[in-house]
Design a protein around this ligand. Structure first.
Ligand code: SAH
Length: 264
């Protein structure tokens, strides 16, 4: 086949056929157990005792059939040394890579909580669909490396889903810290971000490499530019905001059911 934009004609044909057939397998990547379990119950998924992941990883796969969809929720699991949820970019990118290899999803959804900026219109409990995703803690002040560090990616475009559901749209900025240093703040402002998390851009990097469409649904647990300490506000709001997140993810999954990628 003659190459065309780096892809063969056959590859382009296959990609356009995938866009037209109904979505069948989705992978929902979730960092924390508190965020994952209500959705596991909602979709009546069961834990896979033998997920085809490498031995020793803490990742947990819940799966089942919901309506016409084969749904997989992959929770990052508890760190084997410290016992806490293995949040952050390193485990998020590994899980994304492994889940795509093993489960070959048509679509990835990264669902989770995030900090929001009130100066950009975010309020506690808001649920955002991220339009763009970038890093704010990979500062490499050398031409071109600086852009590589920011790693800007766009989420899969879902105009019909946005028309149908009342989700806010905003840019997401990712870093490996829950707090925000002045340097991070400057990068977040440069990224024009409304929300801040610890996994999104890592997942966006992997799905771009492996050419899998992905969307990012983030519910605001804490206001970063407010007066309350992030950890206190995050813990106070986690349970209530998770309920908002789960409701939004359910609406998105219900919307996706029976549709092709090009109908989103
Ligand atoms: N479970 C811990 C905190 C987990 S870290 C505790 O109980 O304190 C926070 C998680 O929520 C990460 O997965 C991250 O993606 C998201 N998150 C929520 N608010 C955030 C913020 N302000 N900054 C960065 N990540 C945030």
């Amino acid at each position: 086949m003659a190459p065309h934009d780096g892809k063969s004609v056959m590859e382009e044909f296959m990609a356009s056929e995938t866009e037209k057939r109904p979505i069948s397998t989705i992978v929902i990547i979730i960092a924390m157990q508190t965020e994952a379990l209500p959705l596991v119950n909602k979709f009546q998924l069961s834990e896979d005792p033998n997920p085809t992941f490498p031995k020793g990883v803490p990742w947990v796969r819940y799966h089942g059939i919901y309506k016409d969809l084969n749904i997989n929720i992959i929770w990052l699991g508890n760190d084997s040394v410290f016992g806490v949820n293995s949040v952050g970019t390193v485990s998020a990118s590994l899980v994304t890579y492994a889940s795509i290899q093993v489960l070959k999803p048509d679509l990835i959804i990264n669902a989770g909580t995030a900090g929001g900026f009130k100066a950009k219109g975010a309020c506690i409990g808001d649920v955002f669909l991220a339009s763009d995703i970038a890093f704010h803690d990979r500062r490499i002040p050398i031409p071109v490396f600086d852009l590589y560090g920011v790693g800007l990616q766009q989420a899969f475009s879902t105009p019909n889903l946005l028309k149908e559901l009342s989700l806010k749209v905003g840019k997401l900025s990712t870093g490996d810290s829950l707090d925000m240093s002045p340097e991070d703040e400057a990068s977040i402002i440069a990224n024009d971000a409304t929300i801040k998390d610890m996994e999104g851009a890592a997942i966006a990097y992997v799905v771009d490499l492996l050419e899998v469409p992905a969307i990012f649904i983030k519910a605001v647990t804490d206001i970063v530019d407010g007066d309350k300490p992030t950890v206190v506000e995050f813990r106070q709001n986690l349970a209530a905001v998770t309920a908002e997140l789960d409701q939004a993810v359910t609406q998105v999954v219900d919307f996706i059911n029976g549709k092709s990628l090009s109908e989103l």
